[in-house]
Design a protein around this ligand. Structure first.
Ligand SMILES: C[S@@+](CC[C@H](N)C(=O)[O-])C[C@H]1O[C@@H](n2cnc3c(N)ncnc32)[C@H](O)[C@@H]1O
Length: 290
């Protein structure tokens, strides 16, 4: 694991704040022992906080059998799709809206995983070109909050999951419901496009959404113990990757402030994982909306 080399930028408020930020302890993830810090974050593929640490938190709560079919929903630049195929020997359908099939295909082929991962450029809120019960698992990291958070969407998606199959989602959240994020002075100051706080929900909210589908049994739904550290870690990583640039510090000041604020106030920024199994229930599949 790459050591954090805190060379000395000009002193700024952000730099002082950053000296108190914590790295995620890589010893918690022995499966990533051979990954450098840069590998965990997809080597510049701009992964959201948590990156492969968060992926491990998810797979620790899933049953990834070799040869099983996994849907990587909103796979971004495919870092998790590669990780899943390589680590668990599963077949992955990697779906994303903003990233092209060509980019993903070429990346998977270069990694020698073209035979294990199929790339799709799709809007997952539209009907998907997959068969009913096609997948053993659905994996969705750092994206589910963008899909509207509705029971209708979850129903539509669950059509494609086998009975007994698992759905696991993980992402950024506030630890508890935020009464009105727009009215919060500190969280209302953003760069205008990167913060989707109005779509964040607490783990309790996500549990309630999934349970209200009546199609799954939720067996894990919690804030992660190191959920806030994942935010601190990504900031330290991005700062190092910028070669400790002052421009980066200035541009990221708003986020650094939010994370620093989260260390001492509620509601705070963190991460959650929810893992659920689709019920074997007579008629359950028929309830899914076509
Ligand atoms: C923060 S990135 C996360 C990517 C990846 N899961 C990861 O953790 O590295 C969110 C991704 O969601 C994708 N996305 C957003 N809305 C989508 C939609 N309606 N259908 C498919 N993908 C979507 C975007 O294209 C983007 O790549």
């Amino acid at each position: 694991m790459a050591a954090l080399n805190l060379t000395k930028p000009e002193p700024t408020v952000s730099a002082d704040v950053l000296s108190s930020f914590r790295k995620v302890d890589p010893a918690q993830y022995p499966e990533l022992a051979n990954y450098m810090w840069d590998d965990v974050y997809g080597k510049g593929d701009k992964m959201a906080p948590g990156a492969l640490y968060l992926a491990m938190e998810m797979t620790n709560r899933m049953n990834m059998k070799p040869g099983s079919e996994v849907l990587d929903l909103a796979c971004g630049k495919g870092v998790t799709s590669e990780f899943l195929a390589r680590t668990f020997d599963v077949n992955v359908s990697a779906v994303d809206l903003w990233i092209t099939e060509e980019f993903l295909r070429s990346k998977f082929e270069s990694a020698g995983l073209g035979h294990k991962i199929r790339a799709y450029n799709l809007d997952v809120t539209e009907p998907l070109p997959f068969a009913d019960e096609q997948f053993d698992s659905i994996f969705c990291m750092q994206a589910f909050h963008s899909f509207g958070g509705s029971v209708t969407f979850v129903h539509q998606l669950l059509r494609h999951l086998k009975s007994g199959g698992q759905i696991c989602i993980a992402g950024t959240c506030f630890n508890e419901e935020f009464p009105n994020v727009q009215q919060s002075q500190i969280f209302s100051i953003t760069n205008g496009w990167d913060a989707e706080y109005d779509k964040y929900h607490s783990p309790i909210w996500w549990r309630s959404l999934f349970e209200s589908t009546e199609l799954v049994d939720v067996f894990y739904c919690q804030e992660l113990d190191n959920g806030l550290e994942m935010w601190e870690d990504v900031i330290l990583y991005e700062w190092q990757r910028s070669e400790f640039s002052l421009d980066w510090l200035r541009e990221s000041q708003w986020l650094i402030n939010h994370v620093a604020h989260s260390r001492h106030h509620k509601p705070y920024l963190t991460h959650f994982v929810i893992s659920a199994a689709k019920r074997y229930r007579h008629g359950a599949i028929d309830q899914c909306q076509r």
